[in-house]
Write a protein that binds this ligand. Sequence first.
Ligand code: PEP
Ligand code: MG
Length: 759
Amino acid sequence: MPWTSSAPRVLLRQLREVMARPGVGQAKQEEIQARLDRIVRLIAANMVAEVCSIYVRLADGSFELYATEGLRKEAVHTTHMKQGEGLVGLVARSGEHVNLPDAQSHPAFSYRPETGEEIYQSFLGMPIIRGGRTIGVLTVQNAIARAYSEEEVEVLQTIAMVTAEMMSNLLESLNVATAEARRGQSQTIKGITMSDGIALGHIVLHEPRVSIAKLFAEDVNAEQVRLDAALGQLRETVDAMFSDGEIARAGEHRDVLEAYRMFAHDQGWMKRLHEAVAAGLTAEAAVERVQSNQRARTMRQSDPFWRERLHDLDDLANRLLRLLTGRSATAAGTDLPRDTILVARTMGPAELLDYDRKRVRGLVLADGGASSHVAIVAKALGIPAIGYARDVLEEVDPGDPAVLDAESGVFHVRPSLEVIRAYADKARFRARRQAQYEKLRDTPAVTKDGLRVALHVNAGLLVDLPHLTQSGADGIGLYRTELEFMVSSTFPRIAQQTDMYKKIIRGAGAKPVTFRSLDVGGDKILPYLQSIPEENPALGWRAIRIALDRPGLFRTQIRALLSASAGRELRLMLPFVTQVSEFVEARKLIDKDLAHLRRHGRPGPSKIALGAMIEVPAILWQLDEILCRVDFISVGSNDLLQFIFAADRSNNRVSGRFDVLSPPALRVLRHIVVQAEKHKVPVTLCGEMAGRPLEALALIGLGFQSISMAPASVGPVKAMILAVSAAEIQRYLLDLVDHGREDIRDRLKDFARAHDIPL
Ligand code: PEP
Ligand code: MG
């Protein structure tokens, strides 16, 4: 097969002409058919192939011969290959080309007498891929046995890509496997809960896919210039991610950013893009073409690492496409449906805050775990969310109806009517329950035997404040000050901080707010703060350790808190205290700032209550010493238990391996309560477990009289408290703990059932 370097360009030009020529007087269907017929004729002639055929995927996954040059005409619309059948099925299933000198001896070959193809020995099949899905197969065949050259394969890839774009325009009205046809096919995707709740709505891609309007270059040189400019911009944005600290903030996505940088500077990638433009494609069509080629190549790799990297390269290619087409990077500023379910590969906390809360009903991330920062923000905003939904982007199309069950971590895409009905019922039930909780809003949380339990909320953003009143909580038990720092692009100055804390205090009205000093470091990195990568960030330079090593930062925050609390009590707790001396040192710094304030005659707080968080195991053996120095303690059970069980809270593989309702965890917590009572120091617990009614029931049993949780949990936990007798659950639970029972969770459920306690 002779093939000259100008041939692809000639063929592309001819294809363009086919597409541009209007079908005079023809019905749409006939016009489509005529164009496909002309396309196969052109390809066959240009590639000196005796046969060129186009198979189109139907909604049921089978393939129909739609157009052919060389096979018998009566086979058109007659020959069907079932899903996965024949060489066509093989191409479709693998998503990559199949190049065979002797096709008929291949085990997948399926002989169709109506086509007359028995005389053709060599076969080259190419998937026609659009939006990551195979919508058809393009084949060429020759009578002689020959392997098609690399160059011929590349050319057919380009043509397949062009054909994909044409087909999606042309075949919309037909019953083919475009996004339209996928609409009927339900999918269930599993993930893990980041923020509880149920959402019914329609899918919006956080980073919209770009569809290519123009395939053929009018002026190849001008296209090369456009491509170069966009590549330059892309490299700049990727490099900026490294210099402005996004890489450090990225935490578990760090390797994604590293991969971005590697690809953005990859010479081979750029060369392939330029070659595709030289062949006659527009810059954006070249990106699409090179990407689908890359996809096919990577899919052949069995190493999951490289398959994972394909996602990264897909993201990068999409960024490049958006730069070329001028489309906005995210859907945040666009016209969103009122029932938006956002789908993204990853998302930062600030990006979620860019969206109109009233329109976003749910969030689904392919990456991102339960304790990622975007999860904290989703929870704060009350948006049901799941993470780790691995293949979600490959399975959805914008506008698809969907049901997100973040309670069980399941995402139903294009669900059946029954599923929608079932969830609509569930959502109504939840709303009714919520209404019942609202009725309890002003009822104090008192157990049946008269014990008043203080229920507080965890917060960290100004947007959380309305939840305090809405939930009827007694106050803010944990204000994670670092969240506002994390969503800010520069370090908030003292005046800004003072203003922010004033707003929080004012927003809380008469209710107390317990601020926590900056808990940054580890994976909570501030984009504007230099950080050194650490092997084990959770055990690294974080929280009070940074505060004491960099007192300037800490004291700025303290001064802001002191001024903002003028005339009232300032409640402040210190995170990650490991040794008593750290607490003592921090207190000295606070006293200095208080003295400084007084010296300058500025108003300060009427009183300071200074507490320590109990979240590092070492402090458990210094409870006597720390308890005589603090005004209160707060158990950070998320951190404390991850260290006790040696199980990283942000690693989904291990975070669920231990049960918080097991003797070791409950004995530690009981010990803390007993020691605090001995020293008459108020104790509270503000980890995630406080917000789950069954775990909260255990906490009451252990003797906690104050707990702090996500606002949405206050209602369910209060309903549980109103139905329980503290003395009874204490007797029951402590007996189980003393006996080291391993089925405490089940026993507690039995107890709740027997006593009609809602969980
Ligand atoms: C904890 O560790 O339990 C806690 C409340 O703090 P954070 O989740 O912010 O680390
Ligand atoms: Mg903590």
